[in-house]
Structure formats: C-alpha cells, structure tokens
Design a protein around this ligand. Sequence first.
Ligand code: RP5
Length: 169
Amino acid sequence: MTENTATPAPKVGVIMGSQSDWATMRHAAETLETLGVPFEARIVSAHRTPKRLYDYASGAKARGLSAVIAGAGGAAHLPGMCASMTPLPVFGVPVESKALKGLDSLLSIVQMPAGVPVGTLAIGRAGAVNAALLAAAVVALSDPSVAKALDDWRARQTDAVAEIPVDDP
Ligand code: RP5
C-alpha cells in the first residue's frame, strides 16, 4: 500500500531515501492508513535525486501537506535537508543500516544544528509507527475524525495489554 485513496488530497508525505527503506517505512504508511489519514509515499533521495528532493520539500506546504515523515539510513541527510526547505514539521525515522545497525542513521538525523529541527524517532519499525502517530496528531489538530481515530487507537492498545503474564502468549 503506497496511497490512501479514500480521500484525494494527502495530508502527510512519507518519503524515503531508497526502495530498500520501504520495509521500514511501510509501517508508517500502515499506521496512517489505520488512522484514516490520507498520505502519499515517495522515494526521494537526498544524494541520488537532489532535484526531486528540492521540488518535493519546497512545494510540500503549498500542495496541502501538514507534515512530512522522512526515513533514511546510513548518512541520512534526507530528513534534515527536507526540513531546511519546508516550514512543515518533519519527523525523521532512522532506518536500520547493515554496517552500524542504524546508529549512523540515528546520529545523522538527530544531530541537527539549532534552527532547523527534525523530530527524530527511534530506529526502525518503532520509529516509523511513532512518526505516523505524531503526524496524525498534527493532522488531528484540525480534523476531529483523525483525533477520534487516535483516541480509539490508544484505547485498543490499552485493552490489548494483559494484566497477568503467561508462559506462551
Ligand atoms: C540511504 O542509503 C537510503 O535511505 C538507504 O537507507 C541507504 C541504502 O540505500 P540502498 O543502497 O539500499 O539504495 O540513502
């Protein structure tokens, strides 16, 4: 799933540096889908497609997006470069790299200089899911249906936690 076509105009952009990032970033897409947040997913590489990145980031707000989720691995410049070219909130997801298990991605994304913020999440799936929850929270500020979906999502999560541990869950 790369598009939520239930509503035509995407409110959240999910971008990633490579096709190889989709295995992680699909968790952000699936979470947005669950919450009923219209989104788009695109491969936008800071290093390999810099003009695509410029066009995407500089036009994101005018196209009606409310937030961008940017996932990348290794020398992960995508979230920071995107944040430098849009006033929208940018949530960065460090993708787990083979060589350094995503620590390189995390440090590349989180260590932004003062003045250009990237809201940096955890490495991997947890970060992708939480980035979607944060982006949905931004959308929920002006969309009561998404606010309700977020409340319901949390209630389901709470209900799913057993009080007593078992040997073979
Ligand atoms: C980064 O390099 C991408 O975000 C990806 O995580 C990493 C490796 O990319 P591929 O070589 O798999 O295309 O730009």
